[in-house]
Structures are given as C-alpha cells and as structure tokens.
Write a protein that binds this ligand. Structure first.
Ligand SMILES: CC(=O)N[C@H]1[C@@H](OP(=O)(O)OP(=O)(O)OC[C@H]2O[C@@H](n3ccc(=O)[nH]c3=O)[C@H](O)[C@@H]2O)O[C@H](CO)[C@@H](O)[C@@H]1O
Ligand SMILES: C=C(OP(=O)(O)O)C(=O)O
Length: 422
C-alpha cells in the first residue's frame, strides 16, 4: 500500500487550483437516474469516490464516461435495467445511498445495500427512510438491504427533519422532483452542495425553491430533461489548502476559492492571526508572525464550521500559541487523528466530543496511520509543520477526496512525495 512522505517545511508560496467538490459531485451524479436524457457535469474532480459512484451507476444500467482527463462526466440513464445497488459497491462509500431516492422516483422500486458504518460515527439512515416514507414509499430492511417500493408513485408531503442531514435532504429532494404535488423539506441542510444539486435539478426541469435556506419547496413535475452543469468548488479542499500557509507560513493563493463557501472557517483563521483576502482568481492566505494563536472551534451544519475541516484545524492548533478547545458536534467518533497527532508530539486531551489542544513549539516527524479521509490530510499538514520526516500510511483514504495531493502541495514548495507500496 502506498504511503506519503512529508518533510518539515519552511514558508510556502505560489498557487493551488481548487477542484470541483467531491461531495457535490457525488450527489449530482445520481441525479442522472431521474432522467432518460444525458446529464453532463463539468469541473468534476478526479477521485476514487467518483470512480466508485461511476461503477455503481453503471451497475444499474447508466452510461458514464469521462472526457477531458476526467473533468467532464457524461452520464446517461436512458435505460435503467437493474434496481439493486449491490453491497460490494455500496459498502465502499456512504454516498452510494444517494441512488435510493432517484431510483425510487424513476422506477418505483429500489433495493440498496445499507452503506458501511464509517469509522467517524454510526451514520444511520433513519432520516432518509422517514422522508421517503412520508412521500409514500414502503421501505423495509432485509438481509442488509433497504427494499423500497412506491407502487402508486410518490406523493408530495411536508417533511420535518429532526436534524439537517445533508444526505437525507439530497435523497428526499431528488425523489420529490418526480413526486405528484408539492413537497416541503423543513430544517433542510443548507450546505453549498445542496444549492448546487438544486441548481442542477432546476436545469433539468425540476421546480426546486429555497435551497440554501431551512425550507426547501419542490413542486413535482412529470419528467426531467438533459442538462449541463459545472460542479461547485470544493470548499473542504479549499479550506484544507488554506491551512498550508497558516501552518508553514508564507503566502498561497487558492485559485477558484470563494469566501461565501468558507465564511465560518475564515472567521476562525482571522482570529488565529491568518489573513485571507479575495483576489481576482480566488483567495490569498498569509500568516502573521511565527505562530498562530489558539482559537476554540465548534463544528456545526453549514453555515457553521464544517466537521470536514475539524481534523485539519486540529493540526493547526497543535502548533498554536495557547490552548484551544475543539468541539465535534456532527459525528460522535471523529477524533481518530488525535492519537496519531500525539505520536508527533502534539498535546491533546480528548473527552467525549471535546478535544483540548495545547500548542507546542515544534511537532516531531513520526510514522502515522491515516484513519479516514480528513484525518489523512491533517497528518500531512502536521508533517509539514514538524521537525524531520513523517510517513503517512494507508493513504487510500486520501485518494477518495484529494486529487493530485502531492502535486498541489509540492507546487507551493512543500517537500512531499508518494512512496509506492508493494
Ligand atoms: C458525501 C457527502 O456529502 N458527505 C458529507 C455529508 O455526509 P452525510 O450526508 O452522511 O451527513 P449527514 O448530514 O447526513 O450526517 C450528519 C449527522 O446526522 C446523522 N444522521 C444522518 C442521516 C440519518 O438518516 N440519520 C442520522 O442520524 C449522522 O449520523 C451524523 O451524525 O455531510 C457531512 C456533514 O456535513 C459531511 O461530513 C460529509 O462529508
Ligand atoms: C466524511 C466524508 O465523506 P463521506 O460522507 O463520503 O464519508 C468527507 O468528505 O469528509
């Protein structure tokens, strides 16, 4: 298995291009199942998660091809001849569950394996199920698969989510586009990826209003059409690379970066002593002084501080002046990077959903293990700030969500290389 070798680094400078969002693309791709006509996605990221979604859609009968080095995804679901999303594919990725709503709406039936319990938390699907049941679906769990059917078609309903789940909002929103009548999702997730999906569905002929607010209204239509849609910028990749100059010093421009995607995160960077300015091409990030100041962070649904940037922010706080408290409120088990950072000399005390981090003068390079996607990249960031060499093992997690990670970091002067495993 491959690993990543990172050497402690001085200040960084240059530009990093930010890709289209993995999490937006993983919701946009299943939207193809709603229409017989082609869907073209531009600015798609080149990631193993996208390859997994491609494999899943193809297994259902969709045609998916990549053009222009994979950045354009041409999808067509003219014929869907299979309604079973197989465990062997679905287990690889949580977002596979996003085929459930579209298949149910298009075919009136879907059998979807429960996605594997990811290490960051239990991640049940009750909100997806209750929402689709409110639209008239009958769903039961048999042999590890959700068997869903809507023999009389789906019917609009008012759905109150007890938590603003991203995936449940996406699944219900897609299903509701072809339901009879009006659906209102209350306490809907407001993430930019939700807005991007709604924009794309509307281009396909859907009538979705209010995406980005807590109430989304979907007026069902008889059919959806073909469309072309650019995937929104990846705010998590953006935030991750914004932390590189924050942790190493220097000045880096993130091409395609947008402040509206990372508002709460930028507030925390500013509080820590990191300047973020808008440029014509994106965002420029520069650290004041030798060290950042400790800041407290609480993860929340958008527009709050994203859980997907918590691990990377912890890496920064490990080198800050003072003590910070990081509170993880979205996932119950998302501090697995802490013991790995401790191997590198970090001072972290985890108690339930709270991590207290006391910054140290210098981290020290060490062999570490990537436990999940964002944990992996937090270890790279820590490695850049550490004395000596850090080897990050199990990097397949990284390939799920960061395209050309070595090229992007080394393009701004970081000493990083991928070591091929056996
Ligand atoms: C592919 C994708 O877009 N992944 C993102 C998406 O995941 P995902 O869509 O899985 O995240 P959710 O917003 O659904 O989950 C948030 C919380 O709600 C809980 N929950 C969710 C659904 C449900 O039916 N029941 C339930 O209890 C989860 O266990 C978790 O504690 O949003 C998360 C929160 O911003 C991000 O970290 C993930 O990167
Ligand atoms: C948790 C993440 O992804 P997923 O929901 O696909 O597991 C992530 O992108 O950080």
């Amino acid at each position: 298995m491959d690993s990543i070798l990172v050497k402690g680094n001085g200040p960084l400078s240059g530009q990093i291009p930010i890709a289209g969002a993995k999490n937006a693309c993983l919701a946009l791709m299943p939207a193809t199942l709603l229409s017989e006509e082609p869907l073209t996605l531009t600015n798609a990221p080149r990631l193993s998660d996208i390859a997994t979604m491609t494999e899943l859609l193809q297994s259902l009968g969709a045609e998916v091809s990549s053009l222009q080095e994979g950045q354009v995804q041409a999808l067509s679901s003219h014929t869907i001849d299979n309604h079973v999303a197989d465990y062997e594919i679905v287990r690889k990725m949580r977002a596979s569950n996003l085929v459930l709503g579209p298949m149910l709406a298009r075919l009136g039936q879907a059998v979807v394996s429960l996605p594997g319990g990811c290490a960051i938390g239990a991640r049940p699907m009750d909100l997806h199920i209750h929402g689709l049941e409110a639209l008239g679906a009958e769903i039961e769990l048999k042999d590890g698969y959700l068997h869903a059917k809507a023999p009389r078609g789906l019917k609009g309903a008012v759905i109150q989510l007890s938590f603003a789940s991203v995936g449940a909002t996406e699944n219900i929103m897609m299903a509701a586009t072809l339901a009879k009548g009006t659906t209102v999702i209350k306490n809907a997730a407001r993430e930019p990826e939700i807005v991007d999906l709604a924009d794309c569905l509307n281009k396909m002929g859907a009538q979705v209003e209010g995406a980005g607010s807590p109430d989304i209204t979907i007026q069902g239509v008889d059919r959806l059409y073909g469309a072309t849609h650019p995937v929104v910028t990846d705010r998590i990749e953006l935030g991750t690379y914004m932390l590189a100059p924050a942790i190493c010093g220097g000045e880096v421009e993130l091409l395609g970066g947008r402040l509206d995607l990372v508002g709460a995160f930028v507030e925390k960077l500013n509080e820590a002593g990191v300047d973020v300015t808008e440029t014509k091409a994106g965002l420029k990030v520069k650290r004041h002084g030798d060290r950042v100041k400790a800041v407290n962070v609480t993860t929340e649904p958008f527009p709050g501080f994203p859980t997907d940037l918590q691990a990377q922010m912890m890496a920064l706080m490990c080198t800050a002046e003072g003590t910070s408290v990081l509170e993880e409120k979205i996932f119950e088990n998302r501090f697995m990077h802490a013991p790995e950072l401790i191997r590198m000399g970090a001072k972290i005390d985890v108690q339930g959903g709270l991590a207290t981090v006391t910054g140290v003068d210098h981290l020290k390079g060490a062999p570490v293990m990537a436990t999940d996607l964002r944990a992996s990249v937090s270890l790279i960031l820590a490695g850049l700030a550490a004395e000596g060499e850090t080897i990050v093992n199990r990097v397949y997690h990284l390939d799920r969500g960061y395209e050309q990670v070595v090229r992007k970091f080394s393009g701004v002067g970081a000493q990083i290389e991928r070591i091929k495993g056996s």
